[in-house]
Design a protein around this ligand. Sequence first.
Ligand code: HAM
Length: 429
Amino acid sequence: MSKSLQAIRGMNDILPEQTPLWRYFEGTVACLLDNYGYKQIRMPIVEFTELFKRSIGEVTDIVEKEMYTFEDRNGDSLTLRPEGTAACVRAVLEHGITGGGQVQKLWYIGPMFRHERPQKGRYRQFHQIGLEVFNLDGPDIDAELIIMTWRLWGELGIRDAVKLELNSLGTSESRGRYREALVEYLSAHHDKLDEDSQRRLKTNPLRVLDTKNADTQAVLVDAPKMADYLDDESRAHFEGLKARLDAVGIPYVLNPKLVRGLDYYSKTVFEWVTDKLGAQGTVCAGGRYDGLVEQMGGKPTPGVGFAMGIERLVLMLETLEQIPEEISRQVDVYLCAFGEEAELAGLALAERIRNELPNLRLQVNAGAGSFKSQFKKADKSGALYALILGDDEMAQQVVGFKPLRGQGEQQSIAWDALAAHLATCVVQG
Ligand code: HAM
């Protein structure tokens, strides 16, 4: 195929054999979020570039290097969203749905775009399920977000493979004081820092903390600790969160170097990480952003949220072989009809059955074909049973009911009794 007809590097098709697992994952999360009282919101994929610059931060990797930005025909600078929080804040402000202290518990799902170097678990178009809560400022809601994800890992069968890392960045005032102390310390060791950290020291010094460079890490050992700069309010908030996680029995690791790659966080930050996926081990991450709404032109409104990467979690289900058996079968019953008259009767019969058993996955053979070819297709569909309509069956107003997976002999069932019979043999999800 010529190059121009290939998908863009880092942007993947999700093929039919993969979608059942995606739908299982997405359905499980959606159901969980419904049960905890979250409501879905849908935002556009494209926003004004300014929105992301103002919220994520001008000197972050995302804004500096990774955004898909273009001019539209009006000359406006637009960007494919690299994440969902900014657009969600924009939407709640624009529609006034957080005004007067209204609590909003919202979630969204969809593609995000970042021009990163593609590798396993890291793509240029990837998918997130994200969640944002507005107007609740206590540690109880931070805890709820974490408890909910913990339950999800349990339902998916991957709980033993993920670890919770936790930190508090404090309020913007305490973070400002810490930043000053850190800059003073790092400046005194400037020559020992790697080039990237030297640059970050000037632009976004907290990001030096999560450097991968061993020499810089050695310098950081004696650097001032963020925890020592937390104000009383942030400290109490963090203690409140930890007490709740302890009460529910959720293990966590305190990681004082966890700073996150987006600038809007304050107080709680967390990441769920795994060692099962190689380098791209963060499957879900987020935190509190109490200053963001105001920074974007709204009234002071506390906010907290997270997003999980669907590709990474699907990959984990595959790696850990946590794929429920029922999702691989997509057809319960396959109807084969031989001859024009049988085909017409088969169509009508199939619709009657669908009326009575709306959850039955019934596939009617299309494209006619011999006995042999229709049975082959029935078998390949994965169906448990074939229904057969030929001349003999038409004459007696019955169908041949043939188990395809070795559950007994073929038998004849009257058309009127077919729905009741199917209801007893097919377990419907
Ligand atoms: P983030 O840490 O940039 O946070 O992304 C959240 C998750 O999206 C990551 O933990 C990862 O699972 C997935 N992800 C990110 N980049 C990629 C990529 N290139 N390929 C595949 N998966 C990726 C945010 O986006 C924040 N908006 C989260 C948040 C919501 N904070 C508060 N509310």
